[in-house]
Write a protein that binds this ligand. Sequence first.
Ligand code: AMP
Ligand code: ZN
Length: 465
Amino acid sequence: MLRFRNTLSGKVEEFHPMNEGEVRFYYCGPTVWEYGHIGNFRSAVAADIVRRYLKFKGYKVTHVMNITDVEDRIIAKSQEAGLSIDDYTAKYIDALWEDFDALGCERPEIVPRATRHIPEMVSLIEKLLETNHAYASDGSIYYRIASFPEYGKLSKINFAGNIAGASERIDTDKYEKEDARDFALWKEPANENEPAWDTAIGRGRPGWHIECSAMSMKYLGETFDIHAGGIDLVFPHHENEIAQSEGATGKQFVRYWIHFEHLKVEGETMSKSKGNYYTYRDLKAKGYSAAGIRYFLLSVPYNKQINLNFDVLAGAEKTVAGLRDFRARLNEAKTEPGMNEALHDIALRAAEEFEAGMDDDLNTSVALAVVHNLSREVNTALARKKVKEENKQELLELLKRIDTVLNIFGAESNEMLDSEIQSLIDERQEARRRRDFHRSDEIRDELASRGIILEDTKDGVRWRR
Ligand code: AMP
Ligand code: ZN
């Protein structure tokens, strides 16, 4: 039975979706004002694991990830560049998908963009105005936190003091908000050049929080199963989403909240505002592979902070290469018919332990340890020629199933047997003797595209994965 920590209750709970067999899942996705940094991808990969493991457990998953493509930084940057919001963000949205795919994340079923959902946000704000949860002030519209007594139930922050303190300030009439904690649902443009939409609630643009309430409820319903995001979003973003959604519908918004701990750099959260960040592209330029980075991100469970450490990252590179080597060796092992019972038991135990580890709050480090133990035991059996044909098929099947969740081995079709590699190397040598450098380069490129690196040494050609 799958269990994970629900931020709302603060407890590890058994997961039971609202409708049997299907899960509706929302993840707060990126703000596309820049390339995503590797901390953002820590959360994206963690969300990918939630998605993939739910599918492993047999659920039909509807996964929504929003793209925030209108907010203050995007407006400032697009204006600096003299571009429309769409033209400015296009480059970063393309880059997002490139990085997302490279890091082995499965694309969510629905990826709504904020700018494409202004009418949905406007009607949600209208509902909040009608029900007194919102008020207009100076051309903008704010959420009235005092109207939602449960405010703070997710973050467990007590706001009583703040609200009382704020009401004194209303008397002095210094603030356009009734309460310092009230937040903007709709913002009046500061000047004529700022992007704005003409709507029934006036000319303006949405505040950040409203998009996630409007888009999640549009695609997943007023109450849905799981909402996730980085730990920084618990307050205020997710607290505000609850206030907006439950204020408008009177129903529970989300049943389970999952928050991913941050990726840190030298003890500090990686963030663009701190400037201490690396993008996936930066790491790639330093020579790290997508598979190694994904492995590194999975090596620490989502509920613990992870430190970006280049030695550890280099270790992850080697580890993934070793695991891929192991599968290639198993794939090309010459086996005899039959089944080795002891090895069969090892496979069964590994399958059980993998699932038990993932069931226990999605513990990817336990899941990876299971894969390592298995590879050690099977490598030994391979060396002793103890792997029989039925074991081989069973083990390959098991690795494939585990990899539907972890996705660290990669596509088998892309994997080359040692014998295939050797025959291509021989063909390349032959081409070089004929001085057919076109063909010899072609072979080198084909091998490179499948992760095989050639080194020409004075003792002949060496290769490595
Ligand atoms: P943003 O692009 O800032 O809207 O963030 C996109 C996602 O990345 C959100 O779910 C954030 O909570 C998450 N996130 C931001 N910084 C980090 C970090 N250093 N480590 C892990 N997740 C992060
Ligand atoms: Zn959100």
